[in-house]
Design a protein around this ligand. Structure first.
Ligand SMILES: [Zn+2]
Length: 476
């Protein structure tokens, strides 16, 4: 019914006979803008039906115990005037795995003829969600087959998301895209330099990115269909045993309550080295959620947002990243006797690899993606737990404009996209060491820290993809 009304309105708009709102007669240019995009948004509950192993803190000792609220995946599909589509899925999850993304990308191509490069998946990195990484779940799970639980959960999630895409596609309706931004101040750099190296503690002088980029998707009657917003900060206010979206879950919940009929979507930024402070209580997660929702409201209320035109260009490709020379067999055997359960477990995994493959793999390919919206917006989606330096670097190098009246495209850098394999340090963070630079690798199956080539390799690939996406969008 709503679709029919919108289509009818559109016909009247094109005939130049309809007034929208109180007394504003649409000009031909405005009518063109209104027909430039089509969009549809949807919301899918993804809370596990049974208690299962939770992701995020290695020190967890037992599975979840119910929920404080539901976890969601949010879907936004955009189509430009040439019929090119972009499918964005944001999730209240720890990360995106190949086991989750790859089958969805394959179904997009097979069932809907949408290229895999046009699928952008992002994880809020809530630490109160299910563990969907099969190996991690089976390693940590005490009792029961936690690995199988993670596998079944992922398969069910794929099924739900493919079904949601199938249901949404026929419902694309005319839309207007606008961009503005607010700010929120609860993130803080968490890498404090001390005499004994960098420790995980609030670091007020450390770099942050407190901008809250907001993409508003409006129906032709100016009502809000969807609002996509970002923030660069770990969803780690909480560390308990109930499913919860943390501050990002609350921000989405508050925005949807205050804008009925809107799908609010959180896109994690380059928050790999950022924590919300203060933390550790449910009330604080709600407060941070309200602060973020308020920043989004501020962006929505800006009188002259930047109109985002098409057409779309999408480019995606892998970057080959090198890990430092791995420990020798003798060193791994010593590590296995260290008595530290994380060291033991890491050494065991690498020794298994050595046994099975005759060597330890030191190069891995990870995905990077760039979406270009006409001359107006460049959305860079970086893999891994991306640290804040990448946001600042790409804002500068890709020449970010910000508001209305500026000619450079806005540059929006999302982290935690498409494959969240572990931390993606910048060269600075790698050299400084500490958790994000080196130590966190102990929880993964990767051999150790990256080589110093990491940042330049990521940057070179992002530049190449940006050129490709901009060429595709702008044809020059
Ligand atoms: Zn993290």
């Amino acid at each position: 019914m709503k679709n029919k009304i919108h289509r009818y309105l559109l016909v009247l708009i094109l005939m130049g006979t309809v007034t929208v709102g109180e007394n504003c007669l649409l000009s031909a240019a405005e009518a063109k803008q209104q027909t430039e995009w089509k969009a549809v948004a949807a919301s899918v509950v993804i809370t596990p039906e049974k208690d299962m192993w939770m992701a995020g803190y290695a020190a967890r000792t037992e599975p979840s115990k119910g929920k404080v609220h539901d976890l969601y995946a949010k879907l936004l599909i955009l189509e430009d005037s040439r019929g090119k589509k972009l499918v964005m899925i944001t999730t209240d999850l720890i990360g995106i795995t190949p086991a989750l993304r790859d089958p969805i990308a394959a179904r997009l191509e097979e069932d809907f003829q949408i290229p895999a490069a046009a699928l952008l998946m992002n994880a809020s990195h809530t630490h109160c969600g299910p563990e969907l990484r099969e190996k991690k779940a089976s390693r940590r799970g005490l009792g029961g087959d936690r690995g199988a639980q993670a596998r079944v959960y992922t398969q069910e999630l794929v099924r739900k998301l493919v079904a949601a895409i199938g249901e949404a596609l026929p419902q694309l309706e005319p839309a207007v895209l606008k961009y503005s931004y607010g700010r929120a101040g609860f993130s803080m750099n968490r890498r404090l330099p001390t005499e004994n190296g960098v420790i995980n503690s609030p670091h007020p002088q450390g770099p942050v990115d407190q901008r809250v980029p907001v993409l508003m998707v409006e129906r032709p009657d100016s009502s809000l269909m969807a609002v996509l917003f970002g923030y660069a900060c770990h969803n780690t206010t909480l560390s308990f045993y109930q499913f919860c979206g943390d501050y990002a879950g609350y921000a989405q919940e508050y925005l949807q309550a205050d804008h009925p009929g809107t799908v609010a979507m959180f896109m994690m930024g380059c928050g790999g080295d950022q924590n919300p402070y203060p933390r550790r209580t449910l009330d604080l997660a709600k407060q941070h959620g309200r602060a973020l929702a308020n920043a989004v409201e501020t962006a929505i209320s800006v009188k002259q947002p930047r109109l985002i035109h098409g057409p779309l260009g999408v480019a995606m490709g892998d970057v080959e990243l090198e890990f430092a020379t791995p420990p020798t067999k003798a060193e791994l055997l010593r590590q296995k006797d260290s008595g530290n359960k994380y060291e033991v477990s890491h050494a065991t995994r690498l020794l298994e690899q050595l046994e099975e493959r005759g060597g330890i793999q030191t190069e891995y390919a990870f995905p990077l993606q760039v979406v270009q919206f006409g001359k107006d917006l460049t959305l860079v989606a970086v893999c891994g737990e991306t640290v804040v330096d990448y946001s600042h670097r790409f804002q500068k190098e890709l020449k970010s404009g910000h508001g209305a009246g500026e000619t450079d495209p806005i540059v929006w850098v999302a982290g935690y996209s498409n494959h969240v394999f572990g931390y993606l340090p910048s060269l600075r963070v790698l050299k400084e060491g500490g958790y994000e630079g080196a130590r966190a690798m102990i929880y993964s199956s990767y051999p150790g820290p990256f080589k110093e080539s990491v940042e330049e390799r990521v940057a070179a690939k992002v530049h190449q993809l940006t050129e490709q996406a901009r060429r595709e969008a702008l044809g020059d």
